[in-house]
Design a binder for this molecule. Sequence first.
Ligand SMILES: [Zn+2]
Length: 140
Amino acid sequence: MDKNFRELLKKEYVVFDGAMGTMLQAAGMKMGETPEVLSITQPQLLVGIHEKYLRAGADVIYANTFGANRYKLEECGKHLIKVDRYFASSKICSVCGHKKKELALSDRMYVCECGNRMDRYVNAAVNIREEGKRIYKECA
Ligand SMILES: [Zn+2]
């Protein structure tokens, strides 16, 4: 979706996604699993659910980060690592490390000279995961 949010609000109604937990359980998430951890361990699962919401007519989809706070993650033995908000996760190729100078919001696929071609958000998610690992190793 490349709509300007202010323009979107001019619509009679705006449809948001919902019930991420229900969708994750239907996809096999076990009781007690932390949904936010699946964003890291199974990003394609989340992308698939988001695509279903978009196909169903959702105007807005949320990131699966609602409960990703330090306290909740520590309960399941995980650590919250903050990646700099200006980290160029979308512009960096998650395969070769090349950084694009420009990437339009309308570019849905990340395409690199190295042959990497993947959903831009999956590419960004991989980069964020790897940056988190790098930060974690620095702190350990
Ligand atoms: Zn590349």
